[in-house]
Design a protein around this ligand. Sequence first.
Ligand code: GAL
Length: 843
Amino acid sequence: MAMVERKLCFLFSFFSFLLLSGFSSAGNVTYDRRSLIINGQRKLLMSASIHYPRSVPGMWPGLVATAKEGGIDVIETYVFWNGHELSPGNYYFDGRFDLVKFVKIVQEAGLYLILRIGPFVAAEWNFGGVPVWLHYVPGTVFRTDNEPWKIHMKNFTTLIVSMMKQEKMFASQGGPIILAQAKNEYGDIERVYGEGGKPYAMWAAQMAVSQDIGVPWIMCQQYDAPDPVINTCNSFYCDQFTPNSVNKPKIWTENWPGWFKTFGSRDPHRPPEDVAFAVARFFQKGGSVHNYYMYHGGTNFGRTAGGPFITTSYDYDAPIDEYGLARLPKWGHLKELHKAIKLCEHALLYGESTLVSLGPLQEANIYRDPSGACAAFIANMDEENDKILKFQNISYHVPAWSVSILPDCKNVAFNTAKVGSQTAIVKMVPDKDGANLQWDVFMEKAGIWGEADFVKDGFVDHINTTKDSTDYLWYTTSLYVDENEEFLSKGSRPILIVDSKGHALHAFVNGELQVTASGTGLDSTFKFESPIPLKAGKNEIALLSMTVGLQNAGPFYEWVGAGLTSVKIAGFNNGTLDLSSSRWIYKIGLEGEHLNIFKPNGLNNVKWVSTSKPPSNQPLTWYKAVLDAPSGNEPVGLDMIHMGKGQAWLNGEPIGRYWPRSSSIHDECPPKCNYRGKFMPNKCSRGCGEPTQRWYHVPRSWFRPSGNILVIFEEKGGEPTKISFSRRLAKGACGLVSEDYPSINVESWDNISKFNGEAKAALQLTCPENTVISSIRFASFGTPSGTCGSYQKGKCHDPNSISMVNKVCLNKKGCTIALSKQNFNTDLCPGMSKALAVEAACG
Ligand code: GAL
């Protein structure tokens, strides 16, 4: 490059750096029928949900940067009321709940922010984000025209708004917040609330608008949102959505690029081709603000998971994985999509759309703006058949269920079904140094420890009793067995018959665990019948009832209870004994919880027993070990596959609930995921018959170099010697790119004319930080098939493929290999479309 060019280039990069990395300061935000208008300009916005308490402050800058690199303009978050207002008027905004810090990090990255205040949020978050104490404020009914609810909702909303105003966070004040949300998906259930529904929705809108924040308010799934509030769409697809006024822009607040998990369920996977298809269709049909819910799902630390049964991991199969790594190819594919759509921005926002039918399930939308710029989207909605579609006299190959994006109405910059991005080979690699931990042990008593909390004939509701101060509630009773009972002489066992509203239970008889039972994510109630050993004389029945995250959505969800409803024992001489109205003695929580033995300053409140051989398969046991930080700097997961169920802490920080509960072997996981056709959460599930969650994210920032204290509470029994840490490592990269894949990666779009049909496609591979491409495990230019890890050569194969790829890629951090004549024998197998597949190891 000539000197002058270099200088110009430098100056250009410097100014773009200032523009791109500078503080975001949106200024005036309004809207019209087409889009948000920021400082007088219509804007097409890609937004990404990242919930601040689902990671740690140390991760926030990296997550936001990875989102920005992925082509994201806006970060969206809910505000988590119950994480902030711990008891009435007692607020917490530190650590993972430092909302202002989070917003500032977004601002510093030069991105905008959408603040969904709710304050009811659903979100698979405990109690939908509403503080449990509010349910016990007399006369309160959530989410309806109810005075105590409205007073608290308004107070909290006002508090958050004032906080943001004070920090000058709204765009109208020069800050990054361009939109705020009141309520969440109320329109879908408004009718269930009868007379209280509509007036409440209107009150909420009016209350929000009266906060005078200087930027628009949105309400998702609120079909009757009154002006000026914008109603928005949440769904897997929102192309058919229209706002309730022609003067409002089409906004998609929740596009779910995956789904959440419950303990015992499969692992949902939404293919990137379908996510991209949905997004492209939305913009094709006039959308202008689109948000991924979630872009980074993260972790439900401690007891923040909603429920019942939402896992501690909130990975969501999102473009950034739970641990903060870009999920490839999803992240990369969407990045390319964002680039392609952004190339169309002006034509889309300032042009009018013309619809051209290209077949029964095929259509194009052309946007031409007054400056003459033209962009087109060609969609093939056929779920089975690829099509060659003739558009403006040119033929285009459009795969089934895909959209091609033509930023100049002629050249395809991107097709949603052609995934050119690399796939990362990511593994949880056991950390050797972490094994062989020395455990100290403290045993909980099976039943009432210390003084009983209260005694009552019959049952209490679990949640009304614990008020969610703990997951655990002991229900204990005793019964006297006459020595003439026949089962004693026969050596048989009576049957314990239990009914519960949920969520889980461990039943102890005379101090021994007999049976464990639980509901599921679909139905939290459960019943069981199980033989139990009873002896002549007095027998202690101690039932440890548990919640596994409180209900987080649905009409009147706050009234859904938990705990025992019936306990009987069958098999006595006189038949069945109903204990349901007997005298039950109650104790809320565990002794270890009460004494805070998982916190650094509570550790010495009990006498731990040091042991070189910790008991295994022993219920109700606390384990404590001192350990060094796992080696390296990669993200860390605690491997709990050999444990039963319980909770874990590191240095007092709440890792969360663990429960390697497996999905049923009868669940179905399709051997091959077909991205074509409408997505549903179970369509492409993985992990059938495997534990829903084996690893539990422990943020790096929670570790000190040495002297870390790991505390585990195991409820039903496990193998503590097998607890270990794993590091999340990207071990390699794969890619399979066809000659007919468009690529705006190789060169910038401005240079597209240079391609002249030559080498449009290229395969790009990159290894993670501090590693290089250490070997090429597979390379074939020709007709390779298979998926990453199991590629195979086809009939057509250029024998020089491996040496070519070695030459370009070996010992490099990353490489780009064009599918060109210069690189490969493109004359092979004439008439056939060829592809390049490569699998590389990183080390
Ligand atoms: C939506 C809700 C979100 C989240 C999502 C599923 O209905 O608004 O908060 O719960 O479903 O992940």
